[in-house]
Ligand binder design. Structure first.
Ligand code: R2B
Ligand code: URA
Length: 288
């Protein structure tokens, strides 16, 4: 893990975003971590924590309620053995903030060999809903292969290549008899769910017509792009700089060639969510 050397001279006693003192007692909760699994919502982070406790630590989930080890209305962090199951909110900006806050604490707690994996949902482009995509590379909406972000008025472009070894390890850990498709591909991290992904059902009208959109969707296959979501470029760029192996496992909730709206039933969406959980659980079980 490569971290800002200026932190050596800045005394930090409190994590503002996680609402915890950086006391020895609290830092101990973050020591000995090998994997950080990140999802958008606090609820999904808790559901996965429960599943991991059962699958990895053999704990009967009927009698176990994961404890949130931070104190924030925005985020939650659960610890299961050497794994953290955490929420990152929606979009690159909240993802970036969580990455800074968490990585500092992991550093202060003495960790230097950690993998970060986002387990999320996405909009598939030309693939069957329920398919899981493991991402090799995140693209900006304009299809640049780097995260274009700003330090005040200075734009910086940071490569968004995920860790290929980790991608292959996760793929190889899956059995042949999965009940859904799983592919290795690339993803676009859009600025929002609606116009950023060229939907026509937002509150404001898109300026792009259907013919143009169809051509865009067709052309991105040349870049091996299969899905849209909203956090992969910040994650890839951060982990590239920090030298943290990372990738994203995202299930597709719909096929954008067929529809803009997510119309699956709550049961179907829960089933899709289980697909990405199964993929991460298979990976974790393959390395413990
Ligand atoms: C996928 O789903 C969310 C939008 O509904 C967003 O966080 C993402 O990346
Ligand atoms: N998340 C997204 O960002 N887009 C979708 O279409 C579905 C989930």
């Amino acid at each position: 893990m490569k971290i800002n050397s200026q932190l050596d001279t800045i005394k930090e006693n409190y994590s503002f975003h996680f609402g915890i003192e950086l006391s020895n007692e609290n830092l101990a909760k973050f020591s000995g971590i090998t994997h950080v699994i990140m999802q958008g919502s606090t609820n999904r982070a808790k559901v996965l924590a429960k599943k991991l406790a059962h699958e990895v630590l053999n704990i009967d989930s009927n009698f176990f309620d994961p404890i949130n080890i931070i104190n924030s209305a925005d985020f939650a962090i659960y610890r299961i053995g050497k794994i953290l199951s955490i929420s990152h909110g929606m979009g690159n900006t909240t993802m970036d903030t969580v990455l800074h806050a968490l990585t500092k604490i992991l550093h202060y707690a003495g960790n230097n060999k950690v993998e970060y994996i986002r387990v999320g949902t996405s909009g598939g482009i030309g693939i069957k809903p329920g398919t899981v995509v493991i991402t090799k590379q995140a693209f900006m909406p304009d299809l640049s292969p780097y995260y274009a972000t700003n330090e005040l008025d200075k734009q910086v472009n940071i490569p968004t290549q995920f860790n290929q070894k980790l991608v292959n390890k996760i793929y190889s850990a899956q059995p042949d008899n999965l009940s859904f498709d799983i592919i290795i591909g690339n993803s676009i991290a859009a600025d929002d769910f609606y116009l950023g992904q060229c939907r026509y059902d937002g509150a404001m009208q898109s300026r792009q017509d259907e013919e143009w959109r169809k051509e865009f969707f067709n052309n991105i296959r040349d870049l091996d792009i299969y899905n849209f979501e909203m956090e992969s470029s910040a994650l890839a760029a951060f982990c590239h700089q920090a030298e943290i192996p990372a990738t994203m496992i995202a299930v597709t909730l719909l096929n954008r060639l067929e529809s803009d709206q997510v119309t699956s039933s709550a049961e179907k969406l829960a089933e899709f969510s289980d697909h990405s959980h199964l993929v991460i659980i298979n990976y974790i079980k393959s390395i413990i």
